[in-house]
Ligand binder design. Structure first.
Ligand SMILES: [Zn+2]
Length: 91
């Protein structure tokens, strides 16, 4: 897959890979810029109830897959969204 340098065909609404998400997360944690890989737009960080994260471009709508952050790094979200929080009150 080497479509990295080609322009997106449509509105550019697609999912970025876990590798891209990982790189963006690392940059985010370091306080660096996290521009959209597609059009360098601003990325907004979404957090869902299951402590999964996702970057969404505010300009073109491109988003990363939902991912979790573990001690070893970024990985795909493995757990489904919890119905009731386990014993982890983040309130
Ligand atoms: Zn974008």
């Amino acid at each position: 897959m080497s479509d990295r340098d080609t322009l997106p065909p449509g509105p550019g609404k697609g999912s970025l890979s876990i590798e891209e998400a990982s790189a963006l997360w690392r940059s985010y944690q370091e306080g660096g810029a996290t521009p959209c890989p597609r059009d360098a737009g601003a990325l907004a960080l979404s957090i869902d109830a299951g402590n999964a994260y996702r970057f969404v471009c505010t300009r073109c709508g491109t988003s990363t897959i939902w991912f979790e952050v573990t001690a070893t790094g970024v990985q795909y979200r493995t757990m489904p969204p919890p119905v009731m929080g386990p014993d982890d009150d983040d309130d």
